[in-house]
Design a protein around this ligand. Structure first.
Ligand code: PEP
Length: 246
């Protein structure tokens, strides 16, 4: 099945208003390659300003609460992000699973909230180095899929990102064979979890993707795009990844 590639940038806790200047070059590349979906997930404080500045470029958030409103100081609800102009939301990033102790159940609730409010949910999964060394990577990741993906998910609103924790921000990348094996395992677990819809769900690779390795990673079967951290912070580094996806 043909799946449109998605190249999504995760700015994490980086960037102020002046950083939005980077979006012009990224928007230009997105317009030049309409066969690829491109999105940037800046800090939530910048989403509305980013949308005003480059209305043609899709924006996303980096997390949402599972509830639509309520007594949750400091949290952001999916309808708020939608109102700010977000079209996507990353849920279950390994940094949040580690720093905020988010469980698969939490992540599943967040993905459901995203869907209720018309956001595409990018559900992140990935093993630690220790889990890989102990040959548990596939069991861990498929377990995360089973626990984090809502049973009624469809390709219209679910994206999965496989991000080995040890590859994030380290410059280390799994072998292409390992990426291929994990993406195939994820596709097959998705099929068990949500049935036929699994064939249309995009599975992104994330972890030290850059302009030099993107073309090889994006050519691996079942790799339907990239979730890019560090290299998404500048147009110079991000645009070559968009081009590799085209
Ligand atoms: C990420 O944290 O989502 C990520 C992929 O980071 P980096 O590209 O910097 O490894």
């Amino acid at each position: 099945m043909a799946r449109r590639k998605l190249i999504a940038g995760n700015w994490k806790m980086n960037g102020h208003l002046d950083h939005l200047r980077e979006l012009h070059g990224i928007e230009k590349a997105a317009r030049a390659h309409p066969q690829v979906d491109v999105a940037i997930c800046p800090p939530a404080t910048l989403i509305a300003a980013a949308v005003a500045r480059v209305p043609g470029l899709a924006m996303g958030a980096q997390d949402c609460h599972s509830a639509d409103k309520g007594a949750h100081t400091g949290c952001l609800a999916a309808p708020m992000l939608r109102e700010a102009g977000a079209q996507y939301v990353i849920v279950g990033h390994s940094e949040r699973r580690a720093d905020q102790g988010e469980t698969d159940e939490d992540v599943c609730g967040k993905a459901e909230a995203a869907h209720r409010h018309g956001l595409m949910a990018i559900v992140c999964v990935g093993e630690t180095e220790e889990e890989r060394d102990e040959s548990r990577a596939e069991a861990v990741v498929t377990g995360q899929i089973a626990g984090s993906v809502p049973r009624d998910a469809s390709a219209d609103w679910l994206v999965v990102a496989y991000e080995p924790v040890w590859a994030i921000g380290t410059g280390r990348v799994p072998t292409l064979d390992d990426v291929s094996a994990m993406h195939a395992a994820i596709r097959s677990k998705l099929a068990e979890t949500i049935g036929e819809e699994a064939q249309g769900v995009r599975i992104l690779y994330g972890g030290s993707m850059n302009g030099d390795n993107a073309a090889d990673l994006l050519a691996v079967p079942n790799v339907d795009g990239g979730l890019v951290g560090g290299a998404s912070l500048s147009a110079d580094k991000f645009v070559p990844i968009v081009e590799a996806g085209a």
